[in-house]
Write a protein that binds this ligand. Structure first.
Ligand code: NAP
Length: 311
């Protein structure tokens, strides 16, 4: 089992669950070696048959091919690959520097293509293997101030659909495209930010481990399209059936629920370089409701104070 983005969030939770539940052989891939080593140690302690680390950028095609080659030589093949590596940038399109915007797209789309290029020949040769791509409901709708991420997830969904068509001649090769709603991981704090306010997951928010549990089910019974998020369907319906209303509401709604009131400094986040000190399973957002309630209460209070002050 090869997992990209294994050092943080969903990838990390999935490795720990695969180790504990199934005792799998695991290959853990991400850029920063420190958190990968830590997760590998935990996986071994939890019951993994083996846990190899592969510190690599998904944009490094040769490194991905070396990782796949070494795994096949050691274990005889790769049963499944879960692509969880991904990065985010917040900010209006014209505010996000081109280097950051482009790298989000490259990491999320070309990284997935590189990985597919590295693993599919071996899976096709054995007519066996599952590739799971982690997309987002944002790859099926439109939201403001996340243009690079949104375009990347639309493209990832297109890539996943194309890989499904291209591999119809190998019934043992499965490509599963997963659309996730909000998940409590460090990705929001890790994001590049040109918005002035920190991003956060809008409710309903799932834990990374809850998503990992669903992903184990996807690995056992791969299906082409998987949705994990109770509000995904409603958002997709609103986007496609009532586009005018959707456009009018999504800005104010997203502004309230998907970003905090507190100011946030400009940062390239983990887009250009990893920030290993922020990597963990959870992002500390819980169900995502408390922060919104606090912001609304603070807003109401300062409104009352303004009115009283004027009086
Ligand atoms: N959290 C959510 O609400 C949510 C919602 C929808 C979809 N998703 C998707 O789910 C996936 C996992 O997200 P997450 O929330 O678990 O994020 P996360 O906690 O920030 O983890 C991202 C992982 O990707 C790795 N990574 C980033 N850039 C990389 C690169 N160039 N090469 C190799 N590894 C790289 C990171 O490690 P290094 O930085 O050390 O490389 C880290 O291990 C992403 O594709 C994300 O878009 C998440």
């Amino acid at each position: 089992m090869l997992v990209t983005g294994a050092s943080s969030g969903i990838g990390r939770a999935l490795c720990l669950r695969l180790a504990a539940e199934r005792g799998d052989h695991l290959v853990l891939l991400a850029r920063a070696p420190g958190p990968l080593d830590e997760v590998a140690d935990r996986c071994r302690a939890a019951g993994a048959a083996s846990a190899e680390v592969c510190p690599a950028d998904v944009l490094d095609q040769a490194a991905l091919e070396r990782a796949v080659g070494a795994t096949v030589a050691r274990l005889g093949g790769i049963d499944a690959v879960v692509h969880s590596a991904g990065v985010v940038a917040y900010g209006r399109f014209d505010q996000v520097p081109a280097e950051v915007w482009n790298r989000v797209l490259e990491t999320n789309v070309l990284g997935a293509a590189n990985l597919a290029r590295a693993v599919l020949p071996e899976m096709r040769a054995r007519d066996s293997g599952t590739l799971v791509l982690l997309g987002s409901v944002i790859g099926q709708i439109a939201v403001p101030n996340m243009s690079a991420y949104m375009v990347s997830k639309w493209a990832l969904h297109a890539l996943g659909r194309e890989l499904q068509l291209d591999n119809r001649d190998r019934s043992g090769v499965r490509v599963s495209m997963v659309a996730l709603g909000s998940v409590d991981t460090p990705i929001y704090a890790q994001a590049a930010n040109y918005l002035g306010r920190q991003g956060r997951p809008p409710p309903p928010v799932y834990s990374a481990d809850r998503v990992a549990r669903r992903l184990v089910g996807v690995l056992d019974h791969p299906s082409k399209r998987v949705n994990i998020g109770v509000a995904n369907r409603a958002m997709r319906l609103g986007f496609s059936l009532t586009p005018g209303l959707f456009d009018a509401l999504v800005g104010p709604l997203f502004g309230t629920v998907a970003s905090g009131r507190a100011t946030a400094p400009e940062t390239t986040g983990n887009v250009l370089q990893p920030q290993p000190e922020l990597e963990d399973v959870a992002g500390g957002h819980g169900y995502g409701v408390r922060a919104i309630a606090t912001d609304l209460a603070t807003g109401a209070l300062s409104g009352v104070q303004r009115v009283l002050g004027r009086g």
